[in-house]
Design a protein around this ligand. Structure first.
Ligand code: PFF
Length: 461
């Protein structure tokens, strides 16, 4: 069986090839390269699209507090665990688990890979919205501070089957092109500029949002926890969002970790990735929720929240058109670095496990994702009445993958690293400055992670 290919199209292709002849696997040029690539996968629509509307639906500050608690404990522990598996084997998740522990565990890898595919299928729907709003920004048709118009335009666009399928197809096509053409190196280099640019632009937009009349009520709502509003459902969403925003539980970090050089500082990298991803969520919340209050939009308006609020902010800024174009362009870029990181492991799986040619695998993933994602896109319009367990197809895919399968993947990884291969995992951290963290890490993996995940599931399901 072949190894995960270090083809030019490998995810966020490593910056430099190892000089050692025997090292057949490339490594990141620097720790910064790895951290930026992993953060590029983590920071995406999860922060700018999903985080604000889920906070809006689940009571503001209390949700933020639970989310942060999840990231700081099991989030960091599982990031480190996935990196360790990648670092120990130099393989993607299915192959890695089989190498370390036999055939049975490979099934965990298969399920994780299927989960990446399922997430990709609805991620491209929202990616399509980004493409469509970028085009609207370019043609200047998106700016108005009348939020009622923005709400009805958003609904009309997402309900239109042709518009939503075309934009989804465009986003998916861009993702597949990047994976097939192997322009990750360019993307990776550009990422060094574009991610900071996105952060800077968000800071600028936060300044505008905070000076809107009535915005401070939104700030207070976002930052003051009222724990009386917390339900089992809130805990489940916060847990799921922690996994989603850190790209955990789908084998993604294993793949990126597999490119790490032997002397890389894993613990520090895990903390960096967690910090950047959380910071992106926090800034997005601060950019959108105060504006939601200022414009009198209902915070629980759902998945359209970002697309309804941002144009209203642009409409109230000097050079709003240019800012709108810059914003949707940077968001599209952030979404692409994440969707590529979902697309590539599925492609690599088909190549590794079934020896498919890369081009065949890319086409198969492209077609499969379109077919699997189309019902999710249509569930905002013509299929909005198709409901299972009281959810639309989109909501159900989102719920099952993020709130059930990602934590389930996390549980398996926690047990695998904390118990099954613990001596090897501990050895990876030997000599690092993070020695003090090693016993705590094991407690987080073997005690806190299962208690938190089973506890949350028990409360909410
Ligand atoms: N973390 C990405 C985001 O927040 O947009 C989504 C994601 C990417 C989830 C890659 C899982 C993954 F493997």
């Amino acid at each position: 069986m072949s190894h995960l290919p270090i083809s030019p199209a490998a995810p966020a292709a490593p910056a430099a090839q190892s000089t050692s002849e025997e090292a057949s696997r490339a490594t990141w040029g620097s720790r910064l390269g790895f951290v930026l690539a992993a953060a590029g996968s983590a920071v995406g629509l999860g922060a700018v699209w999903k985080f604000p509307y889920v906070v809006g639906q689940h009571g503001g500050g209390a949700f933020l507090a639970v989310y942060l608690a999840c990231v700081l404990t099991l989030g960091v522990a599982l990031l480190l665990a996935e990196m360790t598996i990648g670092r120990l084997t130099g393989q993607s998740i299915t192959t890695a688990l089989r190498m370390l522990s036999g055939r049975g565990w490979a099934w965990v890898g298969r399920v994780a890979t299927f989960n990446a595919f399922a997430i990709l299928s609805f991620y491209v729907v929202v990616g399509g919205w980004t493409v469509a709003y970028l085009l609207r920004a370019l043609t200047g048709t998106v700016l108005t501070h009348d939020t009622a118009t923005l709400v009805s335009e958003f609904s009309a666009f997402t309900a239109n089957p042709v518009a939503s399928l075309t934009s989804m197809g465009a986003f998916l096509g861009l993702t597949a092109l990047i994976v097939a053409a192997g322009v990750q190196k360019g993307i990776e280099r550009a990422g060094k500029w574009l991610m900071p640019a996105l952060f800077l632009l968000m800071l600028m937009l936060i300044a505008r949002a905070l000076t809107l009349p009535g915005a401070m009520a939104g700030v207070a709502w976002f930052l003051t926890p009222d724990f009386s509003v917390i339900s089992g459902g809130t805990l489940l969403e916060a847990l799921g969002l922690a996994f989603f925003s850190l790209s955990l539980g789908a084998g993604m970090i294993v793949v990126y970790g597999s490119y790490l050089p032997k002397d890389a500082r894993l613990a520090g990298s895990a903390v960096w990735v967690a910090t950047l991803a959380t910071l992106a969520c926090f800034l997005a919340g601060l950019m959108i929720l105060p504006a939601v209050f200022a414009f009198g939009v209902a915070p629980n308006a759902g998945p359209g929240l970002t697309f309804i609020t941002m144009p209203a902010i642009f409409a109230q800024m000097p050079f709003g058109h240019i800012v709108a174009v810059a914003f949707f362009l940077l968001l599209l870029f952030a979404a692409l670095t994440s969707s590529v990181s979902l697309f590539e492991p599925v492609t690599a799986f088909l190549i590794d496990e079934y020896q498919w040619r890369r081009s065949t695998a890319v086409i198969a993933v492209l077609v499969g994702t379109f077919l699997f994602g189309a019902p999710a896109a249509l569930s905002f319009g013509v299929w909005s009445d198709v409901r299972l367990f009281d959810r639309t197809i989109f909501d159900l895919m989102d719920y099952v993958t993020i709130n059930l399968l990602m934590p389930a993947g996390g549980l398996c990884v926690a047990f695998f690293v904390g118990a099954r291969i613990w001596p090897k995992a501990r050895a990876v951290l030997e000599g690092s400055r993070a020695q003090w963290f090693v016993p705590l890490w094991r407690v987080l993996l073997l005690v806190l992670t299962p208690v938190a995940i089973f506890g949350v599931w028990y409360h909410s399901l």
